[in-house]
Write a protein that binds this ligand. Structure first.
Ligand code: SF4
Length: 447
């Protein structure tokens, strides 16, 4: 029996790199995905059984995903400052698949792995779905594996949301995000909903950051039958490309592998000849990055897409080396030195004591007000560090959903005292140019 040709979470990547649908995959294990998985579990319990039940389950969830104490504190505070923006009677974590005959069925599986089934084309799990103004109508207890699809009241609009606990840097916006748009299409086909709004939510203070397509008046734009039909045929075309790639692999023919920033989370990365060749070219100097030699446009595009995946390879290499050295001892290098653990001691400065000591040393050289100014300039502080401190304090005080308010109060106090100014600068990283320019992942554009 066949397995899904692609999953919703890999849909954008499949569109950019058809060969990724054919290569064998290995599950990715990263800290970011562990925190996200814990956040998803907690949110499901919260929406189904209430905040107290989710609260009680938190230690077990954090344990299961092996979160560090800092990750626990930060995630907990983030979850409790958040009010998930969902309507009444939501349905959580629904694994759905499109079958060859056009039906959509609830399937077994989740987290990128689904049971094989005759006629299955693609599958994915919806984080949450609901309807407004009237809620979804269930004929049996919702959430049961054998439960029939809920009914969306005729005049209601269905919403399908995806929680994103990681950075939005590599997430296409909702209006052209294949994962959430195909997910919305599956939900509409499953329930016969006439209008469905796909959205992405980044959990955070209050409702978090909500990304959905809006019209000129700021109203949510719902997908209707023409959009759903276009999405279904796009999904089917993607399946056909994936099957063609699998045939090529079986016959030993080359695959259509397209490297880029989308390789970063690709589960086929460790077996991908194109990705390995790119990283090797960088490591061996075959991709010439000699300082002073201007890059061609093609080389620049290649390099910009390669930076994040190459960083990830280096991080993994470092982890693998550390594990080896821990087990077998230091690794001997050809020049007689070794690579392995070295005892180090780093000085840690107490900010409260550093400030007067430095001020006094500086005052021996310059005016006292100038000394105080220079000393304060040496103390670094960031918004994220302030938020982390507030998160931990709120969690320890058992205060919920107040991060945004308390953080705002700190900024207001700083602003009033002239302690908040804006400095312009330039960063080089993946970002969106807005409506006028095409982002790097445009090939994944959803219909
Ligand atoms: S690692 Fe990159 S090039 Fe290779 S299959 Fe994945 S997305 Fe395609």
């Amino acid at each position: 029996m066949p397995e899904p040709v692609f999953t919703l979470s890999g849909a954008s990547r499949a569109a950019l790199c058809p060969g990724s649908m054919a290569l064998p995959t290995t599950p990715s294990a990263s800290q970011a995905s562990d925190v996200g998985s814990a956040g998803h579990e907690h949110t499901q319990i919260r929406l189904e059984r209430g905040l107290d039940a989710a609260d009680a389950a938190f230690p077990e969830i954090a344990e299961a995903w092996e979160l560090s104490s800092r990750e626990r504190a930060v995630l907990r505070a983030r979850l409790y400052s958040w009010e998930p923006p969902v309507g009444p009677g939501p349905l959580c974590e629904v694994p759905l698949a499109l079958l060859e005959d056009g039906t959509v069925r609830r399937v077994k599986g989740g987290r990128g792995s689904y049971a094989a089934e005759d006629g299955i084309l693609f599958a994915g799990t919806l984080d949450v779905a609901w309807a407004e103004p009237e809620p979804l109508q269930h004929s049996v207890e919702p959430g049961r594996e054998d439960a029939p699809p809920p009914r969306v009241p005729v005049d209601a609009v269905a919403y399908v949301a995806d929680w994103k606990f990681g950075s939005e840097e590599h997430v296409p916006p909702a209006r052209r995000n294949l994962q959430v748009r195909l997910g919305a299409m599956l939900f509409a086909r499953w329930t016969s909903a006439r209008r469905v709004v796909p959205m992405i939510v980044y959990p955070g203070p209050d409702a978090g950051e909500v990304d959905l397509e809006t019209d000129g008046a700021g109203r949510a734009v719902a997908l209707t039958e023409p959009d759903l039909a276009a999405l279904e045929s796009y999904g089917r075309a993607l399946v056909a490309r994936g099957l063609e790639q699998r045939r090529r692999l079986a016959e030993g023919q080359p695959l259509d592998l397209v490297t880029g920033a989308h390789c970063l989370y690709c589960p086929a990365r460790s077996a991908c000849p194109a990705h390995i060749a790119e990283v090797r070219a960088l490591a061996t100097g075959a991709l010439d990055v000699t300082p002073g030699r201007p890059l061609t446009r093609e080389e620049a595009t290649r390099l910009a897409g390669l930076l994040a995946p190459a960083d990830a390879v280096l991080r993994r290499a470092r982890e693998a080396l550390k594990a080896y050295a821990d087990e077998h001892g230091p690794i001997e290098l050809p020049d007689g030195r070794v690579w392995g653990p070295v005892d180090v001691a780093r000085d840690e400065l107490d900010a409260g004591l550093t400030l007067p000591a430095l001020t006094s040393a500086l005052a021996a050289l310059v005016r006292p007000d100038r000394a105080a100014e220079l000393a304060l300039g040496a103390m670094s502080v960031s918004k994220e560090a302030i938020k982390d401190a507030l998160r931990v304090a709120l969690a320890e005080a058992g205060v919920k959903r107040q991060l945004g308010k308390r953080f705002g109060a700190v900024l207001d106090a700083l602003r009033a005292g002239g302690g908040l100014s804006r400095k312009a600068g330039v960063e080089y990283r993946v970002h969106r140019l807005g409506e006028r320019a095409a982002p790097a992942d445009d090939a994944s554009e959803a219909p």
